[in-house]
Write a protein that binds this ligand. Sequence first.
Ligand code: PLP
Length: 466
Amino acid sequence: MRLRMTKYPLEPDVEEMRRLIEAATERIVEHVQSLPSQPAANVEGATEFARTLIEPLPKNGESFDKLLDFLFDEAIPRSFTTPGPGYLAYIPGGGIFPAAVADLIATAVNRYVGVFAAAPALAQLEANVVRWFCEIVGYGKKSGGLLTTGGSMSNFIALVTARKAQLGDDFSRGTMYAGNQIHYSFQKAASLVGFPLSNVREIDCDENFRVRVDAMEEAIARDRADGFTPFLIAGSAGTVGTGAVDDLTALANLADRENMWFHVDGAYGAFFMLTERRRAAMRGIERADSIVLDPHKTLFHPYGTGALVVKNAAQLRDAHSMHASYLPQFQQEEELIDFAEISPELSRDFRGLRVWLPLKMFGIEPFRELLDEKLDLTRWATEELRKIKGMEIVAEPQLSLVAFQLSKHDNRNLLERINRRKRVMLTGTMLGTEFVIRICVVSHRTHMDRMQMCIEDIRAAVAEVT
Ligand SMILES: Cc1ncc(COP(=O)(O)O)c(C=O)c1O
C-alpha cells in the first residue's frame, strides 16, 4: 500500500488513517500471538544485517506494506525476544498489550503534558498514577513524583534532588554509600550529577548479598573524620545480581542517625510490595526520601516506563523548578503538578497513559496475582535446580530471581548450551570472582510450561558438560 498522494501527504485522509492502522494491527496481532513459538533470541548475523541497513536520507517514499514487511519479517525477528515467555534474562518486563494501545492513543492525540495548563485533565491522570505508586510504597500525602523513561533516569533525578536538599551548590566533598551489589545506574547517575566516582562508596555485602550496615556505618564515620560530607545512603530493593533486598529498616535508622538522605533503588523489586508475601521484606522502604520503581519491569510495561517517587515532593520541585516568560504560569496549588517543574524535561511524551489505561481497565488485582505467580515459579525452579547434581543455589531467592552455578564447571559454557536451545534466554553475572547464571522471572507471559522447558534445558545442558 502506497500512501495516497494528496496535496499534504503528511496528513492522510480518513480512509488512509484507517488503512494504516488496520495494516499495522494485522501484523502486530500476528506477531504478539506468535511470541511463544518464537526463539528466545535470534541474533546470529544480526550485526551484519544491521550494517546492510545504513543508507542515505530517503528522497522518495516507499510502500507502507513493504515497510511493514521489512519491520516484521526482517528487523524485529533479529533480536532478543524480550516480550516473549522465554526471556528470563537481565530483568524482563514483557510489555502488556493495552499499554501499546495507550501509546497509539497518546501519540495520535499528541497533547502536551509537560505543563499542567496545556492539558490539565491529562496531566492529572499521570499524577494519579504517581499517587497510586506513592500509596503502594506506603508514602503519605506530602509525597509526589513523576514517570520517567526508566530506572537510570529515576536514579539521576533522585540524586539531583538529594544533592540540592542535602548539600546545596558546593557538593564536591559529598559522599554516598551503597552496597557493592547496587545497580551501576546509581554510580552512573552520581557521575552525571557531577560527583567524582570516587565519592561513591561501595560497601561489602553479607552472604545473602545484602549490604552490611555495620560496614556502611564505619565508612561514614571514617569519611566524616577525613573531612567529607556523607549525605546519601542508597539501599537496593531487589539487586540485579541475585534479587537481594537490603535491610531497609536498618538503613533508614542509619540515615536518621546520620542525618542523611535515604534513597532506595526498587526498580526491580519495589512492586513486589503488592504481594502479601514480600511486603514485609520491604519494610522500611516507606521511610526512604526517594524510591525508584520501574513499571517496565515488575508492572509488565513496555520499555520507556520508569518512575520516581519522593517522600517530600517539595524537594523535587526545589531541585528542578525554573521558569521562563514564554511558558504558561505554573500551578500554585501543591496538588496540581507541572511535570516540567519537577523534572529535567520540558516537552515529554504522555507516558502516563500507558500506565493509567491498563490500571483502570484491570484494576491492580491481576498485577498482584502475576507477581505472586512469578514468586511461585521462582521457588519451583529453585527446588528443581537443587535436584540437579552439583548445582549450587548461590543465595536463597528473595524475589523472582535465582542465581546458580554448577560447581567445578565452566558456567559460561553451560549458559551458552542452555541458551542454544532457544526456548529460554538466561544471562549471567559476576558475583565477586565467580560467574553465576541467573533466571529472572518477571514477564507476564512466563508461566509454568515455560519454566518446565527452562529446567529441561538446564538439565540437558548439564548432561552435556558432565
Ligand atoms: C535494580 C535496578 N536499578 C536500575 C536499573 C536501571 O533501569 P533502566 O534500565 O530502566 O534504566 C535496573 C535495570 O535493570 C535495575 O535492575
